[in-house]
Design a protein around this ligand. Sequence first.
Ligand code: AMP
Ligand code: ZN
Length: 457
Amino acid sequence: MTISLYDSMAREKRVFEPADESRVTMYVCGPTVYSYAHIGNARSAVAFDLLHRVLRRRYGAAHVVYARNITDIDDKIIKASAETGEPISAITTKFAAIYREDMGALGVLPPTLEPEATGYIAPMIALIERLIAKGAAYEAEGHVLFAVDAFDDYGKLSGADRDEMIAGARVEVAPYKKSPADFVLWKPSKDDEPGWDSPWGRGRPGWHTECSVMIEAELGRTIDIHGGGQDLRFPHHENEIAQSACAHDGAPLARYWVHNGFLRMGSDKMSKSLGNVVLAHDLLKEWPGEAIRWALLSAHYRQPLEWTEALLKQSKRQLDRFYRLLEEVEFSEETGAAPDSIVMTLEDDLNTPEAYAGLHELRDIASQLEGEARAAAIRRLRDAGRLMGFFNLAPAEWFKGDAGDGPSAEEIEQLLAERVAARKAKDFATSDRIRDDLAAKGVIIEDGPGGATWRRA
Ligand code: AMP
Ligand code: ZN
């Protein structure tokens, strides 16, 4: 069995062969911590978490180094600080912690490393000096710019024509740029802006520079896998590639490039600038993390994913059905080996739709068995789900939710059974009364093709 991944650079699926099986390296561009992550950002974190899990299973947890950075210096953070009056470090510490907690609730394992950009200012300055010495960067009016003409392969990842890219990218037009596509490695800071002393005056690094430097410092010159959302291919990843290759005598930055597709609301990409965002933090107040994770992995990671309330409901319902079966075996936190069929499907470029079909199949098989064979099949199903980050709760917990002052899960189940009986008897008055009574107690009933499910509001 081999892992294969769609490599955005090669534009084809390739067998994954790490440079060193005892130290498989992966870097994913992480959040800029000035606000809450939206569910589109979460899609990226969850997709690469799945890849992280697949790599760990195959090479062993101790042999996979996964770095996901925190961007804690950025104009958006400076702006947020100016607007709220809160110090920058308070904002970044707070939102980095919220990000970790929210992603954790979505079943995202902590990465091996979480480098924070401001911890790498000295090596960033060193990298920029190296680029200047090699003639790939130049200083102009307190800025240092990368000269894209110094790198022949510029544009190879995104594949766009260079002129097109220049037009398409909202590259800052500035009189001191030699070419309009040149991008900022270092920029001057005003007195009231955060800054560090450098050979070019007090200033701060550009975003692209951060990733190149953290990758070199933590993982090495050439890593196995570089990931991020598809929007990062240009200019961000293109710029990372150019800087790193020029600083490292042509050594490539990454051997495989993996990009997740967009999560969309309506027909648009979910993004803060469009304002069509749903925050992971808010969803987690209403929905179990596993249900949100299920929805996020329901489409193949490279395909667009349409985000709707119906998708979430359906995801919760699917998990209800699995947990119903899991209830039959004693809960255990221990996980055995996942079935080969599921492993192979996931190792094939993370084919989650097919892996879901595999889980349904395992459930159907288990439902038809009896006795110990049935229990064994249920445990196999649980192991399969756990490889993908599901079925981690005790079923009682899953169904209980946080009852608070409301009715217990058993009482609710009892009432739902009475409601089914009432409906069968065409006693709709009773059926509606049960639904309304439960609604008054904060329990929402949802009727679907597979029967009714409930959740707490
Ligand atoms: P940002 O904080 O905007 O830099 O995004 C963090 C990560 O989320 C990056 O890898 C982005 O590519 C990714 N991302 C942002 N918006 C979306 C979206 N709507 N769908 C999928 N991924 C996204
Ligand atoms: Zn990056």
